[in-house]
Ligand binder design. Structure first.
Ligand code: ADP
Ligand code: MG
Length: 564
C-alpha cells in the first residue's frame, strides 16, 4: 500500500460544501436520494460499457445497490456494483469541481449565499450532501476494469481536506460510508431508510436492497443475518415499460421527481407505446414551474430527456430528441431498434430518430393542447413559466407553426389588465363579420401597448387588438404572418380599412387638410418619408406610423441600444 496522501479540496468545493451543509437543513434526507442516484448512474454506466466489453461483468453479473447500517458504529453504507472510479477519477469527480454543473451552481448563487434545496439536485452537487448528516465520509471504490490491487480509499470530514490511499478491493464498484453526526440517529432506523428509499428512489431501475430482518424492524439478532437475507425494497422496474392501466398517477409523479430533480409535481404527462416496424415508448412530462437552468438560459447543457435502448440507459439526449423550444420537457424515450452502441454523432443524423423526434413533438403539442382545454388553471401556470419558450417554436418549427400559435395567449384591448389569456381562436370567434385581419400591437410594456394612440381608431370602431409586450413577440410576429387563413398584422403598419361612411369622411378630411399637409412636409423635409391624413386617430392630433417593412419603434430602439 502507498502511504496516505492528504489533499485540499479546490476552493470552490469548500465553498459548495459550506453552502450545501448549511442550506439543506429542512431537506436533510435528500442526501440518500443523491447517493442512491449516483450509485444508479454508476450501474447505468457499467451496463452501457459492458455492451462492448462484456468481460467487465465477469464474476459479478448483478448490478445493484445495497443500503446497510450499523447502530453501534453509527455508520450508514451505500454500496453499488457499478463502474467504480480510478484514483484520478476520484480526484477529478469528488475533489474538484470538474463538473460544470457545480460551477454553474456557484455562479447561479452569486453573492446570495443561500442555496435552496431545489437547486442542489439540479446542479449535481449531490455527493456533498452526505456532509449534511455525516461528520466523516469514507469512499471505497474500484473501477470495473482495474485489478483488486487498484482500489482507492478516500476520506474527508468535509472541512477542506481529504485523504487518499490505495487499498486492495476484491469487488468492483463504490461503497460510501457515512459516519453520522450525533443527532442523526433516525438514519439508523430500518423503517426510516426504507421509507426514504420508497419515497425518493422507488423507480431507480436497479434493485436497492436492505438486510431483510433489519428492514422490517426486527433488529434482534443483528450480525447473524446471512448474506442471503437481503430484501429488495424498491420497485426497480422501468416504469415506462409497464402498461398505462397499471401505473397510478402517484407512480408517474414519483418517477418524474426521480427524473428531473424537480420537487414540484409535473403539470401533465403523456405515456405512449408505438408498435410497428419501428417500436418505441415515450413518457414525457410538462413541468409546472420553470426550472432554474431555463431561467439562466442554460441552453448548452439541456438535460432531463433520457434515451434508453431496450431498457439500457444510453445518454441524456434532450438536444437530439426534441427541438429547442420544447426544452422544458422531461422524460424518457426507449427505442427498440436503435443500435446499442449508438453515439451522439450517429444520433444527430439517424433517420429512425427523425421519426421518433417527430412523434415526440406531436405528443408534446397534443399534451399542451389538452392541458389548455381540460385544466385551464394548470395551463395558466404552465404558460406563465414556458409561454415565451414556446413562442420560439413559431420561428424554429414552421411545420408546426399553426399548432403552436393555437397554444399562445395574449393580453387584449378587451381586457383591462396585462393578463395574457386570449388565444387567437378566442379573438377570431369575436371578430365582427366584416373583419378579416387579426390585429396586434407590439410595445415594450403593457402600458405602452395599451395606451398607444395607434389604438384610438380601433377602439372607436370596437375592433379588438392583441397587445404584445414580451421581448420575443416582435421577432415571433415576423414569422406569424397568418393564422387560420387570416392575416396577422401590426396596427402600427398600414392602415385600418375603412367602412363606406368612413371613406367619405376621410376624403373630405384629406381635402380640407391638404394645405396643412403640404406645409408639414416642407417643414419636416427629410426627417419623414411622408405626411398623410390618417383614419388612425380619433383624439390625438398626430402620430408616427410605420410602413409595412419597417421595424417597430421599440425594436429599433432595442437594436440601437445593442449597438446595431
Ligand atoms: P453528479 O451525480 O450530478 O455528477 P455528484 O456530486 O452527485 O454529481 O457526483 C459527482 C461525480 O462523482 C459523479 O459525476 C461521478 O463521476 C462520481 N461519483 C459519485 N458517486 C459515484 C459512484 N457511486 N460510483 C461512481 N462514480 C461516482
Ligand atoms: Mg449525483
Amino acid at each position: 500500500n502507498t502511504p496516505t496522501e492528504t489533499r485540499r479540496f479546490e476552493a470552490e468545493v469548500a465553498q459548495v460544501l459550506h453552502l450545501v451543509t448549511h442550506s439543506l437543513y429542512s431537506h436533510k434526507e435528500i442526501f440518500l436520494r443523491e447517493l442512491v442516484s449516483n450509485a444508479s448512474d454508476a450501474c447505468d454506466k457499467l451496463r452501457f460499457e459492458s455492451i462492448t466489453r462484456p468481460e467487465l461483468l465477469a464474476g459479478q453479473p448483478e448490478l445493484r445497490i445495497d443500503v446497510n447500517w450499523d447502530k453501534e458504529a453509527r455508520t450508514l453504507t451505500i454500496a453499488d456494483t457499478g463502474i467504480g472510479m480510478s484514483r484520478d477519477e476520484v480526484i477529478a469527480n469528488i475533489g474538484s469541481i470538474a463538473s460544470s454543473g457545480t460551477r454553474r451552481f456557484l455562479e447561479a448563487l452569486g453573492n446570495e449565499q443561500k442555496a435552496d434545496a431545489r437547486l442542489i439536485g439540479q446542479f449535481g452537487v449531490g455527493f456533498y450532501s452526505a456532509f449534511v448528516v455525516a461528520d466523516r465520509v469514507t469512499v471505497l471504490t474500484r473501477r470495473a476494469d482495474a485489478p483488486a490491487s487498484e482500489g482507492v480509499r478516500w476520506e474527508s470530514d468535509g472541512r477542506g481536506e481529504y485523504t487518499l490511499e490505495s487499498v486492495e478491493l476484491p469487488d468492483r464498484g463504490t461503497t460510501v460510508i457515512l459516519h453520522l453526526k450525533d443527532d442523526e440517529d433516525s438514519f439508523l432506523e430500518g423503517w426510516t431508510l426504507r421509507g426514504l428509499i420508497r419515497k425518493y428512489s422507488d423507480h431507480v431501475a436497479f434493485p436497492i436492497r436492505m438486510p431483510a430482518a433489519k428492514a422490517s424492524g426486527d433488529e434482534g439478532d443483528e450480525g447473524e443475518a446471512g448474506a442471503a437475507d437481503w430484501e429488495t425494497v424498491n420497485d426497480a422496474s422501468a416504469l415506462w415499460t409497464r402498461p398505462k392501466s397499471e401505473v397510478k398517477d402517484e407512480d408517474y409523479i414519483a418517477f418524474y421527481r426521480s427524473l428531473g430533480h424537480d420537487f414540484n409535481d409535473p403539470a401533465a404527462w403523456t405515456h405512449n407505446r408505438v408498435e410497428g416496424n419501428q417500436s418505441f415508448t415515450t413518457l414525457l412530462y410538462l413541468p409546472s414551474q420553470a426550472p432554474f437552468d431555463l431561467l439562466m438560459g442554460g441552453r448548452d447543457e439541456r438535460k432531463g430527456l433520457k434515451l434508453y435502448i431496450k431498457r439500457v440507459f444510453i445518454m441524456d439526449a434532450a438536444e437530439e430528441l426534441l427541438p429547442n423550444y420544447l426544452r422544458f420537457v422531461r422524460g424518457v424515450i426507449d427505442a427498440d431498434d436503435l443500435p446499442l452502441n449508438v453515439s451522439r454523432e450517429i444520433l444527430q443524423q439517424n433517420r429512425q430518430l427523425e421519426r421518433i423526434r417527430g412523434a415526440c413533438v406531436k405528443r408534446v403539442l397534443d399534451l399542451i393542447e389538452k392541458l389548455s382545454r381540460d385544466e385551464p388553471e394548470k395551463f395558466e401556470a404552465f404558460y406563465k413559466a414556458f409561454g415565451n419558450t414556446l413562442k420560439e417554436g413559431i420561428v424554429e418549427d414552421p411545420a408546426n407553426r399553426e399548432r403552436i400559435a393555437k397554444l399562445l395567449r395574449f393580453a387584449s384591448t378587451r381586457g383591462d389588465s396585462d393578463a395574457q389569456d386570449v388565444s387567437l381562436d378566442d379573438y377570431i370567434a369575436r371578430m365582427a363579420g366584416d373583419q378579416d385581419t387579426i390585429w396586434t400591437i407590439t410595445a415594450d410594456g403593457y402600458r405602452a401597448a395599451a395606451g398607444s394612440p395607434q389604438l384610438e381608431a380601433f377602439r372607436a370602431r370596437g375592433i379588438e387588438v392583441l397587445l404584445m409586450f414580451d421581448r420575443i413577440d416582435e421577432w415571433m410576429l415576423g414569422h406569424l404572418r397568418e393564422y387560420a387563413g387570416k392575416p396577422v398584422r401590426n396596427v402600427a403598419k398600414g392602415e385600418l380599412p375603412l367602412d363606406e361612411a368612413g371613406k367619405t369622411k376621410q376624403e373630405e378630411a384629406a381635402r380640407a387638410a391638404a394645405p396643412l399637409v403640404e406645409r408639414l412636409k416642407s417643414l419636416l423635409g427629410d426627417r419623414v418619408a411622408d405626411v398623410r391624413v390618417s383614419s388612425r386617430l380619433t383624439d390625438s392630433p398626430s402620430c408616427l406610423a410605420l410602413s409595412d417593412h419597417e421595424l417597430a419603434p421599440h425594436l429599433a430602439r432595442l437594436l440601437r441600444e445593442a449597438g446595431q
